[in-house]
Design a protein around this ligand. Structure first.
Ligand code: 16G
Length: 246
């Protein structure tokens, strides 16, 4: 297969298709190096700038990853984001990854008015603010910022969250089984602080999530999370169309 100079499809886009086909057909395994920019340029008769543009695109899509000084490699397939009320720990274990959590900050303080409104709690009431870096096989995956009402979970600050799952503590120590939840997912751009923690370059795409979880009608957690868009994707089954329904 070759690049078609007469085609209206930009050359970097044609090269993207060719490389993806080649990776699929050759069944290149994860972590396999792909040829250098120079080799690809020679092979397809393209400038290094065009080849780099294609590789940048495939890296930002999470199909390839770069190791400075070493080259470009085939990335692991993206993780499908769970749309269940599962904890990060359960979700990662179910997929065969070792989950991890690093406390970035934990404090108790009054809830802001807008957060109180989202959570349906009294403005100014005390909440646990918990900020954690979540890892899978030691690789940073997400930053989770949780707000948990002190009135619902009084002594949460007594428990370490680096060795135990938050949902497990809620269930085993406080008898709180999460039985309802809602989640909003939006596209976002990583700010410099989060980018550093997630090992991304500033301005990388991320998925910003807001999850509200409830137990027996009471709001237990509002989590505002930043997930790496190069490692996560959303997949859902589609219901058949029915006349008159939107
Ligand atoms: C999930 C939840 C988060 C919760 C965490 C508890 C999202 C999208 N999801 O990641 O709200 O705090 O699980 O995980 O925010 P853990 O039980 O492993 O600590």
């Amino acid at each position: 297969m070759a690049i078609d100079s007469a085609s209206p499809v930009p050359k970097y886009s044609q090269l993207r298709e060719l490389l993806l086909d080649w990776i699929t057909e050759a069944r290149l395994p994860v972590d396999e190096p792909i040829p250098s920019e120079r080799e690809l340029g020679d092979r397809y008769g393209l400038s290094r700038m065009t080849v780099r543009q294609t590789l940048d695109l495939l890296v930002s899509e999470g199909k390839l990853y770069r190791v400075p000084g070493k080259g470009t490699f085939v990335a692991r397939p993206k993780i499908e984001m769970s749309l269940a009320l599962a904890s990060f720990t359960e979700d990662m274990r179910a997929r065969g990854y070792e989950p991890g959590a690093r406390d970035l900050s934990r404090r108790v303080g009054p809830v802001s008015s807008h957060t109180a409104q989202v959570m349906g709690i009294e403005p100014g009431s005390l909440v646990h603010h918990i900020e954690r870096l979540r890892t899978a096989d030691n690789e940073p995956m997400a930053i989770e910022r949780s707000n948990i009402p002190v009135s619902v979970v009084p002594d949460l600050d007594q428990y370490s969250l680096s060795r135990r799952s938050l949902y497990q503590i809620l269930e085993e120590e406080f008898g709180l089984l999460l039985d309802a939840g809602e989640q909003t997912i939006e596209a976002g751009i990583c700010d410099p602080t989060d980018a550093k923690l997630l090992g991304l370059s500033h301005g990388s795409p991320v998925l910003s999530m807001q999850r509200l979880s409830f137990s027996n009608g009471k709001c237990v957690e509002l989590a505002l999370s930043t997930y790496r868009a190069d490692r996560y994707q959303l997949h859902s089954q589609l219901d058949p169309r029915r006349a008159g329904q939107v």
